[in-house]
Structures are given as C-alpha cells and as structure tokens.
Design a protein around this ligand. Structure first.
Ligand SMILES: [Zn+2]
Length: 241
C-alpha cells in the first residue's frame, strides 16, 4: 500500500513539472492557433471573391459572343429594310430590329454591372492583402518563439514524459482514473500531502484523528474539503528527497 500511495505522489510530482513546462509556453500555442484560423478565413474570403470574378469573366465573355451574334443579325435586318415589298414586311423587320436592339442593350448592361462587381471585388481583395501579410509575419514570429521555448525544454520534457509513462504503468487502474478525474476538476493538483496539519491542496486543517490514520499509509484517503487524494508527509518527503 505504501508503494501504491508513493507512486501516486510521484505521478503528481512529474505532472507538476510538466505543467510548469507547459506554463512557460504561456499564451503562445493559443496565439498561434488563433492566427492560423484568422489567416485561413482571410484566404478563404479571397478565394471566394476570386471565384466570383472568374464566374463574372466567363459570363461576360459568353455575353459578348452573344452580342456579336445579335449585332450581325441587326446588320442583316437593317440591310433587308431596303428590300421590303410592303408595309407588313417592313413592320415585321423593324420589330425584329427593335427586339434585337433591346437584347443587345440588356446584355451590355449586364456586362457593365459584372465589370463593376469585378472591380469592387478587386478593391476588396487588395484591402485584405496587407492585413493578411501582417498576420503571416506575426504568425511566423510567434511560431519561432514557441519553437524556441519547446526546443530549450525538449530534453527535460522527453525525460519527464518517459518517467511518467513508467510510473503510470505502475499506478492501479482505479487510482489512475480517480487521479485523472480529480486532476481535471482541480486544474492540476490531484494528490496533496499534509503540511503543518493542513491539506497542502486547500490548506484546510485535517483533523488529528484523520492525520493519524493517514500516517498509517494503509489506504487511500481523500481530503474532506477539496476531494484530493491525501498522502502522509512521510510519503511526500520520501518522494521529494
Ligand atoms: Zn484539501
């Protein structure tokens, strides 16, 4: 039992050190993630606008072909005007000419609008580009900072992770799940010890009868205030030395 309690305390010690390393990274991992997301969203925005521009260009080209065809017809109709034999034919032709004229105007208007839209999109894209560039520079700097911090502690972290793995393999399954649950709820510390008659996790006084029981090191005790696993100072001193 003594060993079972001791490895739990060892696990906590290692996690404390790993937490400290994590803390050194500060807000950098989050900042990098946020920047990556922002950059991605700007890139998507630009891609959408460029897609819209391509679509507009294609429609305009189709419209232009159509306009040319209509203009050819128009020319033909106009030349036929000189060959009409009666009013009925004349009316039919002028009607065709007017209709074609209307179609041409409609397509030209649509093309003007599409050209305007494309221009506005280009302006918007040009507005975003400098911001995107700044964000990329910022990301590069933050990534470099983070990499540096990770590199400095890499050896220590690898060593700790290896130790942790070995110790965790020795922890009883039920103890490990309790440890994980408490560690999550308490944001880090799952195992506490008794310091000056108090729980080192929440600093509440542990009743002396309970202290005596804990000192026996023969079962798992939980702090009645914070719920952390409580081990005797004998164990904590044993591990910390
Ligand atoms: Zn406590």
């Amino acid at each position: 039992m003594y060993n079972r309690l001791k490895i739990l305390y060892q696990l906590q010690m290692i996690d404390d050190q790993l937490d400290n390393l994590e803390e050194l990274r500060g807000d950098l991992p989050n900042a990098v993630k946020e920047l990556e997301e922002k950059i991605k969203s700007f890139k998507e925005e630009i891609a959408d606008m460029e897609k819209e521009q391509k679509k507009s260009l294609k429609t305009r080209s189709t419209n232009e072909t159509e306009i040319e065809k209509l203009a050819e017809n128009q020319k033909k109709f106009k030349s036929q005007l000189y060959q009409v034999r009666n009013n009925k034919e004349y009316d039919a032709l002028t009607k065709e000419i007017d209709h074609t004229e209307g179609q041409i105007k409609k397509l030209e208007k649509e093309n003007d609008q599409l050209a305007d839209l494309s221009k506005r999109l280009t302006e918007q894209i040009e507005e975003i580009k400098p911001t995107l560039k700044e964000l990329k520079v910022e990301l590069k700097a933050k990534e470099a900072d983070l990499k540096e911090i990770i590199k400095v502690n890499e050896k220590e972290e690898t060593k700790l992770r290896k130790e942790r793995k070995e110790i965790e393999a020795e922890v009883k399954k039920q103890d490990n799940s309790a440890y994980k649950r408490i560690r999550k709820a308490k944001k880090g510390k799952a195992v506490a010890t008794i310091k000056r008659s108090a729980c080192s996790g929440c600093h509440n006084i542990v009743p002396s009868q309970r202290q005596l029981e804990i000192r026996q090191n023969n079962r798992l005790f939980f702090c009645e205030y914070c719920g952390r696993i409580l081990v005797s100072s004998e164990i904590s001193e044993d591990v910390e030395v």
